[in-house]
Design a protein around this ligand. Structure first.
Ligand code: ADE
Length: 228
C-alpha cells in the first residue's frame, strides 16, 4: 500500500511515521508513506498556497492550483483509489472506514489548514472527507497521522500476531475486555481467578461477557450500530 500525504506542514508528521509499528511496516515494505510539502507547488515567488476568501470574512482559503497540480503529478505515476480530505466537517472516522481503507492500493490524504480548501476541490477532486472527531485541530496533519496509523496496522503482516487486530475494540462492535499480566497479585490487587484457571472455554466466555458489559456501560451506541 502507498499513502501520499499532502500538507503545508509535512514535518508535523515526521515523528508518528518514524517509530514503532509504523516504522517497521515501512521497513518491511508493507506500506510506503510519502509526505509532500504543498509549498513546493506554491504560486509565484512567494510560493503562495492560500488566499483571501471571496465574499469577505476572516481566514485564508487553500487555493485550487497548488493542490491540483500536486495531485495531477502524483496521478501521472499511478492510479489512486481515494483522495481523502481531512476536515472537521467530514464523515466521522471509525473502524469500519479504517478496515475499508486498509484494502486500498494507493491513497492520497490532503491536510486542510486555515479556513480549509477551496470548495471546488471538494466538489471535483476529493473522493472522501474524514473527520477524526467533533473538535477542531489546528490542521489536518495530526488527523492524517491518526487515520494512517489506524489503516496501516490492519495491513496483513504489520502486526506480529496477525490475529491481534481482529480482537481490537470495535472490530465486532464491542469494546475490548480487560487484560492482566504478571504478577497475579500486587498490593493485594488480584487478577480475576478465572484467568489463571487454565479453563480456556470459560476464559473465552468470561471475556465475551466482560466485553458486552463494558460496551453496554460506556458505548451503548455501538450495540445499535451496523456491524462492520
Ligand atoms: N482538521 C481540523 N480538525 C480536524 C478533525 N477533527 N478531523 C480531521 N481533520 C481536521
Amino acid at each position: 500500500m502507498r499513502i501520499d500525504i499532502i500538507s503545508a506542514q509535512p514535518r508535523l508528521m515526521d515523528s508518528p511515521f518514524e517509530h514503532s509499528i509504523l516504522k517497521r511496516a515501512q521497513e518491511k515494505g508493507l506500506v510506503s508513506v510519502h509526505l509532500h510539502d504543498l509549498k513546493e507547488y506554491g504560486i509565484g515567488k512567494h510560493n503562495q498556497i492560500d488566499d483571501y476568501q471571496f465574499g469577505g470574512g476572516a481566514g485564508m482559503v487553500m487555493m485550487v492550483e497548488p493542490i491540483l497540480n500536486l495531485i495531477q503529478d502524483l496521478s501521472k505515476e499511478r492510479n489512486y483509489d481515494e483522495i481523502i480530505y481531512m476536515t472537521p466537517d467530514g464523515a466521522l472516522f471509525d473502524q469500519k472506514t479504517a478496515n475499508n481503507l486498509s484494502l486500498k492500493e494507493n491513497i492520497i490524504i490532503l491536510c486542510g489548514h486555515y479556513k480549509g480548501v477551496d470548495q471546488r476541490l471538494r466538489d471535483h477532486v476529493i473522493t472522501k472527507e474524514i473527520s477524526i472527531g467533533s473538535y477542531v485541530l489546528s490542521g489536518g496533519e495530526l488527523a492524517a497521522a491518526v487515520v494512517s496509523d489506524a489503516i496501516i496496522r490492519l495491513i496483513p503482516g504489520v502486526l506480529n500476531d496477525e490475529s491481534s487486530a481482529l480482537y481490537d475494540s470495535f472490530q465486532d462492535n464491542l469494546l475490548a475486555p480487560p487484560v492482566y499480566t504478571r504478577p497475579a497479585e500486587i498490593n493485594g490487587w488480584k487478577v480475576p481467578e478465572i484467568l489463571t484457571s487454565g479453563n480456556f472455554p470459560k476464559i473465552e466466555a468470561w471475556r465475551e461477557a466482560k466485553a458486552l458489559e463494558i460496551t453496554k456501560e460506556r458505548r451503548p451506541d455501538l450495540l445499535e450500530g451496523d456491524s462492520l
